[in-house]
Write a protein that binds this ligand. Structure first.
Ligand code: 5GP
Ligand code: ZN
Length: 137
């Protein structure tokens, strides 16, 4: 879909801090991170939400989410890791291309989705490259 920002990222028409990619799935850092290392995992094929998602895409995204979770664990050593996935506006969905959030959590932190505070580009680039390395082995 040409007006979908995540499709534009898949097609290389918009930038992202990519951490992992295979034939079906792309994982990259959220531009408004809830915490450092906030990753989004998406199917390359456009699907609006979980109700529009092919089972094979769901399996592919879940497999990559688990893989990225291990890389985040190994690289950033968070106290906890939240996996979230929002469907439809009423649930808080703001980008209508299916995605899973992986959000590193610190003990005692206050959870705030959609902070709209842009991540520091240098910090994001550093984290993305560390995760890329972790995902290469
Ligand atoms: P949702 O609310 O739909 O579950 O989450 C959408 C997420 O996409 C938000 O956390 C938002 O920060 C992130 N996001 C929106 N636009 C972009 C973008 O252009 N690039 C990246 N990397 N993340 C985006
Ligand atoms: Zn899309």
């Amino acid at each position: 879909m040409s007006d979908c920002i995540f499709c534009q990222i898949v097609q290389g028409r918009a930038n992202c801090h990519r951490v992992y990619e295979d034939d079906e799935v792309l994982a990259f850092l959220d531009i408004f991170p809830v915490s450092p290392g906030h990753v989004l995992v998406i199917p390359k094929e456009h699907a609006v939400d979980i109700f529009d998602l092919e089972e094979t895409s769901a399996q592919a995204v879940a497999r990559v989410a688990r893989k990225v979770a291990y890389a985040v664990e190994e690289t950033l050593r968070p106290d906890g890791l939240m996996v979230a996935q929002l469907n439809r506006e009423a649930a808080g969905q703001t980008v209508f291309h299916y995605h899973m959030h992986l959000i590193p959590r610190a003990a005692g932190d206050s959870m705030a989705m959609h902070t709209r505070v842009p991540g520091d580009p240098g910090e994001m680039a550093g984290i993305a490259s560390r995760l890329v390395v972790a995902l290469e082995h």
